[in-house]
Design a protein around this ligand. Structure first.
Ligand code: NAD
Length: 389
């Protein structure tokens, strides 16, 4: 079986789904690996490096492979050129890509979405949302340090003492905790807030101060946050305002699964910040935690420079690709049967839909949409019997 590594075509995407270092894992499973020309160029990986690792470079890799791996979903034109019964593995935000899901179903592609890999402990090594959030969180802290025209750490010199920067982080999930850890390592004084009850301890374990607000915590299912009511959102903003006004840098990373990012900071709150302050809004791409932030741009609000994140993991394409590729290898390993015969030793993709990880990550298979909320969005509620697994 051939696995194709697609060259990314979406605007601004610099990552690649496989790195030379991990090609051997796929050939070890018994697959042939074919890489589209220049697939790794934006991540500074040359075609020759893939060849040295045991892959081939093929113009028609995608249309001749049984399995196609990519970071972003393939575009419609390429999906229509896939072999019948081929499988794809990529990020596939189903609620934003309903037209693509329809094509994948109609063409008979078995598609897996990295966002839908269940966040259970057995699937941690396949959790690309976490691996990419780790990159984003680090990047946010470094961007904040770079934009701020002052030191992060305290400096005691013969010429006097320079006070450390005060950094506030809102949202302490994977990205937020990594932003906290990075800002701490750079020497800033960090405080952070998250609506989840468990977050305060996690914030403290990173060496930051947990901001305590007189508000109920908001725990949803699976350890995620719940959406706030508008009344609670307003009270949260009022209580956070003095903390933000005192900060030199504000980093926002808050998200609620399946929803637009919550608006945590109004432009009026940013206007209260000191001259030269910096705001980094990781959520700018998904609605924004900060009013007025623009994804992919630095805008000025009051005295502050406000940086809006746009495909932030792609800004560090080398390490982001390495981590993503490992997540994909681990998912593929779970779904592969390798021929016992040492002469052939061929790998076959045999997804076991009784496995909760495989079933959870699968969007389409056998001309059926298997992800129930997407099926309902496209085909209406099931009135009769559920389609067979
Ligand atoms: P996320 O990207 O969905 O959200 C980021 C953070 O924003 C979350 O911590 C959330 O609580 C916070 N948030 C939401 N609304 C907020 C608001 N109004 N104000 C302040 N903060 C707000 O989160 P994530 O990084 O995917 O992680 C969410 C949870 O899942 C965490 O508890 C994390 O430890 C857990 N997790 C578990 C696994 C696993 O078990 N395999 C893997 C990754 C994450």
């Amino acid at each position: 079986m051939k696995i194709a590594v697609a060259k990314e075509t979406r605007d601004g995407e610099a990552r690649v789904a496989m790195v030379p270092e991990l090609v051997g894992k796929l050939t070890g499973l018994g697959y042939d690996v074919a890489v589209e020309p220049a697939a790794g160029r934006a991540a500074l990986i040359a075609d020759e490096e893939y060849v040295e690792a045991g892959a081939s470079i093929e113009d028609d890799a995608v249309s001749t492979a049984e399995v196609v791996i990519s970071v972003q979903p393939l575009d419609v034109a390429r999906i229509r050129r896939l072999r019948a019964g081929a499988a794809t593995i990529s990020f596939l935000p189903v609620n934003q890509e309903l037209a693509l899901v329809t094509d994948l179903r109609d063409i008979g592609v078995t598609s897996f979405s990295m966002e839908l890999v269940p966040r259970i402990s057995r699937a941690q090594s396949m959790d690309a949302l976490s691996s990419q959030s780790l990159v984003s969180g680090y990047r946010c802290a470094v961007v904040a340090a770079g934009l701020l025209h002052r030191f992060f750490p305290q400096s005691m010199t013969a010429a006097g003492t320079i006070q450390p920067a005060k950094v506030v982080v809102l949202g302490a999930g994977v990205a937020g905790l990594q932003a906290i850890a990075t800002a701490k390592r750079l020497g800033a004084v960090v405080s952070a807030y998250d609506v989840r009850a468990a977050a305060a301890e996690e914030i403290r374990s990173m060496g930051a101060k947990a901001i305590e607000l007189e508000l109920e915590t908001l725990e949803g299912t699976g350890g995620y946050a719940r959406e706030m009511s508008e009344d609670r959102a307003e009270r949260q903003r009022d209580l956070l305002a003095p903390h933000i006004a005192a900060a030199d840098a504000l980093i926002t990373t808050a998200a609620v699964p399946g929803r637009q990012a919550p608006m945590l900071v109004t432009a009026a709150m940013v206007e209260q910040m000191k001259p030269g302050s910096v705001v980094v809004d990781l959520a700018a791409d998904t609605g924004g935690n900060v009013e007025g932030s623009v994804a992919g741009e630095v805008v000025r609000i009051g005295n502050a420079q406000v940086w809006g994140g746009r495909n932030v993991p792609s800004q560090m394409p080398g390490p982001a690709s390495r981590l993503y590729a490992q997540n994909v290898v681990n998912l593929l390993t779970l779904m592969t049967a390798t021929d016992e015969d040492p002469d052939s030793g061929e790998g076959r993709l045999v997804p076991d839909f009784d496995d909760e990880i495989v079933a959870g990550a699968c969007v389409t298979h056998d001309r059926t949409i298997r992800h129930a909320p997407t099926r309902e969005a496209l085909e209406g509620p099931v009135t009769d019997q559920e389609p067979q697994q």
